[in-house]
Design a protein around this ligand. Structure first.
Ligand code: AMP
Length: 274
């Protein structure tokens, strides 16, 4: 595995690869969720590139940028064991210059839910993903459904800007009790982690209600809100179609149920695709 820190070194290492390339962009503190993307990319392609970059422009003022977990040694070990060919760990100076062109999230999908609660977050996220996709020029790039709205916006950006990389959505990985894995989970104590299970429990209830024939979004959201009382604060429960428009009726095959809630220090997000 080659570890590179500058775009120049990256370009050199990238040029030497002759074959299909899979790319997994991350912010590090790797866990089984990231590893599932890495494994899939490893299987599907001749070469595997992983990036680790905690992107400052997608954190809002007062968010947890300074607190964001860093596990450099463990991350390198995981990448080595996963047979990563190039690990790209740029500094902020490598990725951003003064007076840059910037990407703005689209108005309809980009400014609801996460986009409404975290204005500017998706602009920063799209900016860095655009840079990384162009720099890496992979055949396929792998993203988790855990960040459903992010995934949807990246797919839209790839379509709108004719980016040549195919985006591969990957399933959400959970722990044995159902908690969606996240780097931020390490900021919860055992009691908070137990309470955090209410997110996946609420989503399971939504799926069960749909399975038993209830397609009414309002009644499903009401049930979910009852279960989510274990959280410290619920930011939203939403039932949307794949274009992220709220729907009154669930349409099977075209619906995502999402929740964002605070439990202890972290703000958690989770969802299920129906
Ligand atoms: P992050 O390091 O949080 O920016 O995440 C990097 C990638 O891993 C993103 O595409 C995430 O959606 C994905 N990811 C994070 N957690 C999970 C999970 N529990 N299951 C599947 N993918 C995940």
């Amino acid at each position: 595995m080659i570890i590179v820190k500058t775009t120049k070194e990256f370009n050199q290492a990238r040029k030497a690869l002759d074959g299909t390339i899979g790319f997994v962009p991350t912010m590090g503190a790797l866990h089984e969720g990231h590893i599932s993307l890495i494994k899939k990319a490893r299987t599907d392609n001749d070469y595997l590139i992983v990036s680790i970059f905690v992107n400052p422009t997608q954190f809002l003022e007062g968010e947890d940028l300074d607190d964001y977990p860093h596990k450099d040694e463990a991350d390198i070990k995981i990448c080595e064991l996963s047979k990563v060919d190039i690990l790209f760990v740029p500094t902020i100076d490598q990725m951003y210059k003064n007076d840059e062109l910037s990407i703005a999230a689209p108005v309809i999908r980009g400014y609801v839910l996460e986009g409404a609660k975290r204005p500017g977050h998706f602009d920063g996220m799209l900016q860095i993903v655009m840079k990384l996709l162009n720099l890496v020029a992979a055949n396929k790039a792998y993203f988790g459904k855990k960040d459903a709205q992010q995934l949807s916006l990246i797919m839209q950006m790839v379509r709108n800007y004719y980016i040549q990389t195919e985006i591969i959505p990957c399933d959400i990985i959970r722990d044995e009790r159902g908690l969606a894995l996240s780097s931020r989970n390490m900021h919860m104590n055992p009691e908070e982690k137990s309470r955090a299970l209410c997110l996946s429990r609420a989503l399971r209830t939504a799926t069960d209600m749909v399975t038993s024939g209830n397609l009414n979004s309002l009644s499903i959201k009401e049930q979910m809100l009852g279960i989510l009382q274990d959280a410290d604060r619920v930011e939203y429960v939403a039932i949307v179609n794949r274009e992220f428009q709220e729907t009154e009726e669930i349409e099977i095959g075209n619906t995502i149920v999402l929740v964002a809630a605070w439990v202890g220090k972290p703000r958690l997000i989770d969802n299920v695709w129906i």
